[in-house]
Design a protein around this ligand. Structure first.
Ligand code: NAI
Length: 274
């Protein structure tokens, strides 16, 4: 996207000509923004935190365990970035409400929420235990509902904000052995659209990213032959990296995407193109 800076959009001047400064995307102007990322102690969430930190945002890392939150925060602050951490479980409404309120009281507001916390409990449907279904729906879908509802209260008052839901291509195309995960991520995509419609008049945008197969601890356990067969099905013929997802988050949080809401952007090497 940085390359857009030098593009000539229209050689003949016209009433609607795009000005150079409109295309200046090399700098997303995310300095001093407050960005909260759930499940950010590792993997895609941490890469998202890192990307915003590099842009000069203050990032708040929310995750389940004190040790991993502290470690993630330290690895950013040691490099001179602005970061803080909160131990929180996205399924716990009251606790999350208190966390968001305390961030707002310290920082003055929340500019961007990334609902990234997510889990898998894969099993063929006939063998799937009720607990496996419930847990995945509770964290991936209800957790995003809880955080969105709590944060929207603050964004609504500020009449601005960007909420980014990390869904999955599995929520679009489904997958054998992942009915619970597919339902949670498909639900998250539908939730994104409804929130986008509800929040648009309040100046708050809501979008989703549907990552394809991304190299993280979540996918590290996949057998090599499964990874190879996935890679074959991907037009770009490789797995993605957490940074691929993080870069799209920067765009969705910035004013460069100010006319974009309710969308799901598949970042998947072309796997689900249609
Ligand atoms: P990961 O397993 O490496 O990291 C997930 C993080 O979420 C962990 O730090 C975990 O402690 C945290 N977490 C889990 N439950 C939580 C809760 N109740 N409250 C707060 N934090 C919680 O996963 P990864 O791969 O980084 O995935 C991040 C997101 O991206 C997930 O929503 C996942 O479904 C999605 N995704 C990942 C893909 C991949 O290929 N890795 C593909 C498509 C989507």
């Amino acid at each position: 996207m940085a390359g857009w800076r030098s593009w000539t959009i229209c050689s003949a001047p016209s009433k609607n000509i795009i000005k150079n400064e409109d295309m200046n995307t090399a700098n997303y102007n995310l300095q001093n923004k407050t960005v909260v990322i759930t499940g950010a102690a590792r993997g895609i969430g941490f890469a998202i935190a890192e990307a915003f930190a590099v842009q000069g945002s203050h990032v708040v890392i929310v995750d389940l365990a004190r040790d991993s939150v502290d470690q993630a925060v330290q690895s950013l602050t040691q490099r001179g970035f602005s970061a803080s951490g909160e131990v929180g479980d996205v399924t716990q409404g009251e606790a999350m409400e208190a966390i968001f309120a305390s961030i707002v009281s310290v920082r003055g507001g929340i500019d961007c929420l990334v609902n990234n916390a997510g889990v898998t409990r894969d099993n063929l449907l006939l063998r799937m235990k009720q607990e496996e279904w419930d847990l995945v729906l509770k964290i991936n879908l209800s957790g995003s509902f809880i955080c969105t509802q709590k944060v929207f209260k603050h964004m609504m008052r500020a009449r601005s904000g960007s909420i980014i839901n990390i869904a999955s291509v599995i929520g679009i195309i489904g997958n054998a052995g992942q009915a619970n995960y597919a339902a949670s991520k498909g639900g998250l995509i539908a939730f994104t659209k409804s929130c986008a419609k509800e929040f648009a008049s309040r100046g708050v945008r809501v979008n989703a990213i549907a990552p394809g197969f991304i190299e993280t601890e979540m996918t590290a356990t996949l057998p090599a032959e499964v990874v190879a067969s996935y890679a074959k099905a991907i037009p770009l013929q490789k797995m993605g990296s957490p940074a691929d997802i993080a870069r799209v988050c920067l765009f969705l949080a910035s004013d460069d995407s100010s006319y974009l809401t309710g969308q799901t952007i598949a970042v998947d090497g072309g796997l689900t193109m249609h």
